[in-house]
Design a protein around this ligand. Structure first.
Ligand code: CTP
Ligand code: CA
Length: 225
């Protein structure tokens, strides 16, 4: 659905968006990270603000300027992201987890730079699990009627994987992207499908991140009533 004029349909609402990708430090100069740019989360924050919402954007390592009229909280690690999301979610009407959260972090942090030793093979890196923020906020809803949205990139049986993940996380909506060699840039094919806990399936055609963001807020606004 094309939106000619932006309607303030999120006025009076507080929405929380996470964006970017967490970095899990190994030592003062190194981290485990991912390639998330933060652009989709920032597009979600901008479009929600344009639709009248009060927006808290929790940005993990995104090299992007703060969007106008949005409260930005900057974080580094998954544990910091969790703290910021839980704090902001207490009075939120909707939460969209667009951030790429590291599933694991190094078990130990070396306070001094890890040095290579000429005569020895490197030490293996032991990982521990990070908290699952989306599952946590979906499991104990702090506010009745709160709408919670997750994002997932899947390969192979994309819809079946997406359905299983939606159920496992307990969120209301899951935006599923197909990734893999068959999906090329500039493809005219549908690039995402939004799965609803109510059984709904909303395909989103390949297009700008703003267009995907608008569709996500349409679906959220419907559920907020
Ligand atoms: N997510 C989260 N906390 C984590 C991992 C993921 O809140 N520790 C959120 C992401 O922000 C995203 C959704 O969960 O909105 C799905 O992330 P994804 O990595 O696809 O889910 P996982 O359960 O980690 O599954 P997988 O094994 O496929 O990585
Ligand atoms: Ca993951």
């Amino acid at each position: 659905l094309a939106r000619g004029v932006t309607e303030p349909d999120l006025e009076g609402r507080h929405v929380v968006v996470s964006a970017g990708g967490t970095r899990e430090p190994l030592d003062p100069v190194r981290f485990l990270g991912n390639r998330s740019s933060g652009k989709q989360g920032y597009a979600l924050a901008r479009t929600a603000a344009a639709r009248g919402a009060r927006v808290t954007l929790i940005a993990a390592n995104a090299a992007l300027p703060d969007p106008a009229g949005v409260d930005v909280v900057r974080v580094g690690t998954a544990v910091e992201l969790r703290e910021a999301v839980l704090a902001a979610t207490a009075d939120a009407d909707a939460v969209v987890m667009a951030a790429a959260v590291a599933d694991f972090r190094p078990a130990a942090y070396a306070t001094g730079k890890i040095k290579k030793k000429d005569d020895r093979e490197p030490e293996p890196i032991t990982l521990v699990r990070n908290p699952d923020i989306l599952a946590e906020i979906s499991g104990d809803r702090v506010r009745a009627g709160q709408v919670i949205v997750g994002f997932a990139a899947e390969t192979d049986d994309v819809l079946a994987n997406g359905r299983a993940k939606l159920k496992r996380k307990g969120c209301d909506l899951l935006v599923v992207n197909e990734v893999g060699e068959r999906k090329t840039f500039g493809s005219e094919e549908n690039e995402a499908v939004v799965l609803g806990a109510d059984g709904s399936e909303t395909p989103i055609a390949h297009g700008p991140k703003e267009a995907l963001a608008e569709t996500v807020w349409d679906l959220v606004a419907e559920r907020l009533g």
